[in-house]
Design a protein around this ligand. Structure first.
Ligand SMILES: C[S@@+](CC[C@H](N)C(=O)[O-])C[C@H]1O[C@@H](n2cnc3c(N)ncnc32)[C@H](O)[C@@H]1O
Length: 260
């Protein structure tokens, strides 16, 4: 289910598809699965009683092949995850999956999305949420001798601009399991993974592709909106460090809750 929120900060074009494909690969590579192994999918189901998974905010429309090329059991609909859930989607899913929604959450509060996901679940169904923890975002140096200051400055500038322009906040991410509990979900599993060395470079390219789009949020003086930081200067200095092996690093979180 792809989202249609107009105020979403990133684009939904072919370059975004590339970013999303890579992001999907990174998650699969790090976790080894898409659906948490504790969520059991029955091997067979009776006619009309199939196991139903809703992937909310699945990606931009261009990320998917034509309907004709999708397996028959896959359907795609537009849904604003923040709006009221249509009656036909209430209580019908065994799993609701949400992934990398940092730029979608407003007012530091994922509550409305969680409440909607719970509405969509059958009793005993699972909400699986995978998130990159922006609160753990840092520049990582390959060794002590290499500076990562310009990269750190760029990252802080990007976060600051996202906070200022879009009102985004990131504190909720590390509290997500607690927020699941507050919504009455039983926690089935919750864990945090660091970025392994082999993921650092793809993670960096992926993150910066998203951030590059934010270069359109530059004010008349060439500064990233909401900051006094010059975009071109920050970008080129960070680029020099990247060429010397500096990357970003960010933790990946998975929380699975069960509707009682
Ligand atoms: C960072 S992408 C993640 C895509 C996918 N979940 C993944 O992990 O590959 C965030 C997605 O949320 C969608 N989105 C933005 N606002 C939304 C909303 N209000 N309701 C539903 N989806 C939304 C965007 O279109 C985008 O596809």
């Amino acid at each position: 289910m792809a989202g249609m929120e107009k105020s979403y900060i990133l684009n939904r074009e072919f370059k975004d598809s590339l970013r999303l494909y890579q992001q999907h690969w990174m998650w699969k590579y790090r976790l080894g699965w898409n659906l948490h192994p504790l969520i059991k999918v029955p091997e067979s189901s009776k006619e009309g009683e199939s196991f139903k998974i809703a992937d909310v905010g699945a990606g931009n429309g261009a990320y998917f092949p034509a309907r004709e090329h999708l397996p028959k059991i896959v359907t795609m609909e537009t849904l604003n995850a923040l709006d009221d859930i249509p009656a036909e989607l209430v209580g019908v899913f065994d799993v609701v999956h949400v992934r990398t929604f940092t730029a979608v959450i407003r007012n530091n509060n994922p509550g409305p999305i969680i409440a909607n996901a719970i509405k969509m679940l059958k009793s005993g169904g699972h909400l699986q949420w995978d998130e990159m923890d922006m609160g753990s975002l840092v520049a990582k140096r390959p060794n002590e001798a290499t500076s990562g200051k310009a990269m750190q400055y760029l990252l802080e500038g990007c976060l600051l601009s996202m906070k200022e322009t879009m009102g985004l906040k990131f504190d909720w991410i590390s509290r997500l399991d607690e927020i699941f509990r507050e919504h009455g979900l039983d926690i089935v599993d919750t864990f945090r993974l660091d970025a392994t060395n082999d993921l650092l470079k793809p993670m960096t390219d992926n993150f910066l592709t998203g951030m590059e789009m934010m270069s359109c949020y530059v004010d008349g003086e060439g500064n990233m909106v909401g900051t006094k930081r010059n975009w071109v200067e920050m970008w080129s200095k960070a680029g020099e460090e990247i060429n010397r092996g500096v990357t970003i690093s960010m933790d990946m979180l998975v929380i699975v809750g069960r509707k009682t």
